[in-house]
Ligand binder design. Sequence first.
Ligand SMILES: [Ca+2]
Length: 194
Amino acid sequence: MGMSKHFLICLVAAMVPTLGHSAVVWDEAVNGDLSGDRFNPTQLTLSNGSNLLLATTGDSELDFYTFTLAPNQQLSQLNLRAYNRQDVMFIGVTTGTTFGVDPNDPNIPDLLGWMHFGAANLDQDLLPMMGTGEFGAQGFTPPLGPGSYSFWMNQFNEPTSYTLEFVVTPVPEPATMAALGLGVAALIRRRRKN
Ligand SMILES: [Ca+2]
């Protein structure tokens, strides 16, 4: 086996676990109710790949959770994977390890992003919609980079179950991206020759 082919196989093998990881990081049915205290949100640990959150919120029961992305991690997508009612739910995000907005007196400019979502958003990535900066929120363009983020989920009507998928990817390094690009190009050339 030539050195270049061996290198390619190693490169591809190194990428696969990163893309293939999928785990439930919190399931209220198993792990208990998410925190209702914005100053002490439930701590989630996200890994590169797909991270699922299964929870229920409704009436006056709020859900607060937080996670910290390592210097080489970014949140690429926030996909809605399940939603069991027709009306909409609020999701808001702030930077930091506590949720920086008072739900009883929300100051919108303190929100990094927010939106109302519902069944119409099933299998959609909420992140770009949350980042539009509506009503004076700070706004952002995905991905969300390294650092701490806290979320508030709120449904004023009957309890609603939701499943969110947080997709975390490595922050691309220019050298890695270039090597991967060359590797893929070489693989394609090889396949065409065979
Ligand atoms: Ca809950």
